[in-house]
Design a protein around this ligand. Sequence first.
Ligand code: URP
Ligand code: ZN
Ligand code: ZN
Ligand code: ZN
Length: 488
Amino acid sequence: MSTASRPLLIRGGTVVNADREERADVLIVDGRIAAVGEAAVAQAPSGAETLDASGQYVMPGGIDPHTHMQLPFMGTVTADDFFTGTAAALAGGTTSIIDFVIPDPKEPLMDAYRKWRSWAEKAASDYSFHVAVTWWSDQVREDMGTLVREEGVNSFKHFMAYKNAIMCDDETLVNSFRRALELGAMPTVHAENGELVYLLQQEVARMGITGPEGHPLSRPPMVEAEAANRAIAIADVLGVPIYVVHVSCIEAADAIARARARGQRVYGEVLAGHLTIDDSVYRHPDYATAAAYVMSPPFRPKEHQEALWRGLQAGHLHTTATDHCTFCAAQKAAGKDNFAKTPNGTGGVEERMAVVWDAGVNTGRLTPSEFVAVTSANTAKLFNVYPRKGFVGVGADADIVLWDPKATKTMSVKTQHSKGDFNIFEGRQVTGIPSHTISRGKVVYANGDLRAEKNAGQYFKRPAFGPNFQAVQKRAQDLAPAAVERKG
Ligand code: URP
Ligand code: ZN
Ligand code: ZN
Ligand code: ZN
C-alpha cells in the first residue's frame, strides 16, 4: 500500500504536456499535483523535499496501454509477473500499465477478471485492465455490463488470431462490439486473420521451413490488413469507435487512415519494437536469438517502420505501447521443431519511452509535446482517465518522469530490470532517459536506484462513455433515418 510521502517540490525543469512546454516548478502533496508555476514554491510546506530538475523535462509518467504480465499463454506463463514487470516499467519512466484479462473460451469473464485482479495486487505501478471477449453467451453479455458499471473497465479486447485458442469469430465480434457501444466501452482488436495464419503455418511447414523465419512468412502484412479492414468495417456499420492494437504494417495503417478520412472514429496503437526493429531478426543464425523475436504481428521489412512513424506524425496512429510479454529461451524452445509452437511475445516496457524519445524526438519526427501525446496523454484520453493521468497539472495524479535529454544509455539484457532473459533492443544506444520516476508522489526511481515496492500500485477504474461515445451518440441521432409517413 502506498504510504503518505513528504510533499515534493520539483524545481527548475521544463514541464511538458501534450499541448505545451513551459518552464515551471511543480508541487506534489499527498500523491497529487498541488501547484504548477509560481504557486508551487509559494505553497510549498516547509518540510517539502526538493528535486532539482534544471536541464530536464518534467513530463507525465508513461502509460503503456498494452502489456501482458504473468500471462498464461501457449502452454506457459510469462517470465515477468505484475511486480517485476511494473518495476521494470517504473525504471523506464512508465507509471501506469493497462494489461489484459484473457478468459479461456467458456470461462466466465468475472471469474477471469477476479483472478487477474488478485495476480496484479503485487504491482509496483498503477494498473488497469482491458478484458478480452473470447467467446459469446448471454452471461458474457451480462458480465460486460458488470465490468463496465462496477469495475471501471471501459475497453474490451478481441483476438482475431490464435485459432483453436482465444480467437473470436465474426459472430462474437459483432455481438461484442454492439454490446460495447451500448455500454460506452471501446472495442479493441488484435487484427490478424487467424484462419489465414493457420493455413499459412501449415503451408510454410510443408516447404520444410520449421525455424523462426517461418513466423513472418505465416503472417504477412495482408493477413493483418484483412482483419483490420474487417474490424473497422464492422465498427463502422455498428457506429462504434474502435482501437486497433499493435499496428505493424503499411497496409493496416492505411486502413486506419482511410477510415479516419471517412470520418470514422478509429484509433491505432504502435509498438516501440515495430517502430525500430525489422524482420531480418528472424533469419539470425542463432536459433534462440531468432526465436526471442517471435511475436505477433511479426517485425516487418524496414519500409513499414517509416510508415508507422508517419502515422504517429500525421495523427492516424495515436498511442505507443510495448505488448510486453516475456518468455525465456527455454520457453521459446517449445517451438524448436515448429515455429508455430513458439510462445509469442517480446519485452520492452522499460525501454519504450527512451526508444520512442531517441528515435522520435532526437530525429525531429516528434516534438516533446507530441512525445507526451503518444506515450501517455492520448492513451489517457482514449481510455477516459484524462487529465487524472497523462497530464502534469493541478489535481492530476503525481505520476511524473524527470527526463534528462542529454543522458545516454545502451539497452541490454545485462542491465534491464525485466526478468526476461533477452532484450529486443540489445546494443541500441539512446540519448534521453529518465533520471527520476515519481509514482503518485513517491520517488520510485532515482538515477539508477529502483525503489519499486510490491503492492504499491493501485488499480485505476476507467469510466465509460468517454468523449468519443458522446460524439458517436450525437452523430447517430443526427443521422438517424426516419420512416416515411404516408396517407391512407
Ligand atoms: O505476440 C504477442 N503479441 N503476444 C502477446 C499476445 C498478443 O497477441 O498481444
Ligand atoms: Zn497503496
Ligand atoms: Zn496481440
Ligand atoms: Zn498483446
